[in-house]
Design a protein around this ligand. Structure first.
Ligand code: HAM
Length: 448
């Protein structure tokens, strides 16, 4: 028989308990922050008809990155590569009944057929935070402020990341009126700008020449150079500076300043690859040299709900990714120490198994998580298992302990040992848990 590979499918990960702890910590932190702003959790199907993405997600995502197949009923379906079309469809389906502004979030799993590399996987997780029914810049300002609060909740300081902001209307204006490109050329140029940081400058230049065509190339390149040196709105060429879209961007920056966001910058080269954006686009970018990628991306997409046959609804949202968040925490040394969700590893001594199991059940009745070692192995072997599993407490139960109803509880990290009644064991464990801010009845904490 051929031996099967023990490796996971290319671009996907196995989540061993120690890895899942990190994922849960990130999800828990995301959830806590977005709930503070009144966002409610939803979910959507894993599969969607491919047309849902063909409508406005863009050629790269639909043509190259979706996992798609024909189901047994001859329907063309895709595993969701993102949430935005699904959530827009859900809003459209209940357009009249929903109370606006609708603040919704979801933490879900997606698949894209991408070349796996640092921070890019084929199976990945995102938090999606979306606000429906707000047409003014206050919406963008709230979402960017939430993004900043998320970073803060992980312990990040402003110098660790930068928020890049641009506007699709400004981009369209720039392509048509400043660079003089037609619709098709503009689309190609947007895609080229989108890849700018991923390709060498010569390649960028050559492809730009090709898009302009020989006659227009030299003037075109000069104009691009002028754009690339604009680091603030004041540096923009005058004709762009006076457009209505610039005023939108200015309004947003004023609101951001008011909400204490100081690390947002205007970046004329930020495009965002997805076609549905209609106004503000933004990305949270890690400033650590090892992580040259966006942590989050988002923007305003006012036309997407309308694609599903409903009256249009103003929409703005963003999505942080789990992989990038994890790399960020590692690179900036912000990853906390994790311990097991089990509180006590019970070590049974001598002939005490029956009584020990009863004690374990009593503890469980008090919401203490207990693992009982009933292997009968040598004591040092049992202790080794407890340490390896990173369970905070060991509890020793022998015949004498059962008789006196006093048990030895040992903290694995500090080495402290106490002789306690069962009641006191419960208190000690719960106090410890509280210190780690791991409440025992909050399902959310361990929800995936
Ligand atoms: P996106 O820029 O494609 O936007 O993805 C957002 C974030 O998801 C990225 O910044 C990255 O952290 C993570 N991500 C995306 N693809 C992968 C991958 N292959 N592996 C690991 N992480 C990945 C969107 O998806 C939009 N739908 C966001 C949005 C929500 N816009 C409005 N609302």
């Amino acid at each position: 028989m051929t031996k099967l590979s023990a490796e996971s499918y290319r671009g996907s990960r196995d989540w061993y308990p120690e890895d899942l702890r990190i994922r849960k910590y990130i999800f828990q932190t995301w959830r806590q922050v977005v709930k503070k702003y009144g966002y409610e959790e939803y979910d959507a199907p894993l599969l969607e008809p491919i047309e849902v993405y063909e409508a406005k997600s863009g050629q790269e995502l639909v043509g190259e990155q979706t996992y798609q197949f024909v189901d047994r009923g001859d329907r063309r379906v895709a595993i969701r590569p993102e949430m935005t079309p699904s959530v827009s469809r859900m809003i459209a389906a209940r357009r009249q009944e929903i109370a606006y502004p609708a603040r919704w979030f979801s933490i879900a799993q997606f698949m894209r057929y991408e070349r796996p590399q640092r921070g890019r996987e084929r199976e990945f997780w995102q938090l999606n935070v979306d606000l429906f029914g707000v047409d003014n810049t206050q919406g963008e300002a709230e979402l960017i402020a939430i993004g900043s609060q998320i970073m803060k909740a992980f312990g990040a300081t402003d110098d660790m990341y930068v928020i890049r902001v641009n506007n699709r209307r400004l981009i369209d204006f720039m392509m048509a009126h400043f660079l003089g490109l037609d619709v098709q050329q503009a689309q190609q140029m947007i895609r080229l700008f989108d890849r700018k940081n991923k390709i060498p400058p010569e390649v960028f230049r050559d492809q730009a020449i090709e898009i302009f065509g020989a006659d227009a190339a030299s003037v075109g390149l000069q104009k691009i150079a002028q754009l690339l040196t604009a680091h603030t709105m004041a540096d923009l060429p005058e004709e762009i500076r006076e457009s209505e879209a610039v005023r939108d961007v200015q309004r947003l920056f004023t609101l951001l300043e008011r909400s204490g966001v100081t690390n947002a910058i205007f970046d004329i080269t930020l495009m965002r690859g997805l076609d549905y954006y209609t106004g503000t686009v933004f990305e949270f970018f890690d400033t650590h040299p090892d992580n040259n990628r966006a942590l989050f991306g988002g923007g305003r997409y006012d036309g997407l709900v309308g694609v599903f046959g409903a009256e249009p609804v103003g929409a703005v949202g963003f999505a942080p990714g789990l992989s990038m968040m994890e790399l960020f925490l590692e690179a900036h040394d912000l990853m906390p120490e994790f311990i097991s969700s089990t509180d006590i590893y019970m070590i049974v001594l001598g002939n005490a198994m029956r009584g020990a199991l009863e004690v374990a059940d009593e503890l469980r009745d008090e919401n203490v998580n207990v693992e009982v070692d009933f292997t009968g192995r040598k004591l040092d072997k049992q202790i080794k298992s407890a340490v390896k599993k990173q369970i905070p407490y060991m509890m020793f139960v022998g015949e004498e302990e059962l008789e006196n109803e006093i048990y030895t509880l040992k903290n694995i990290i500090t080495g402290d040992e106490q002789k306690l009644s069962l009641e006191r064991v419960v208190t000690a464990v719960k106090d410890h848990r509280r210190q780690l801010s791991r409440s025992d009845d909050d399902d959310d904490v361990f929800d995936v």
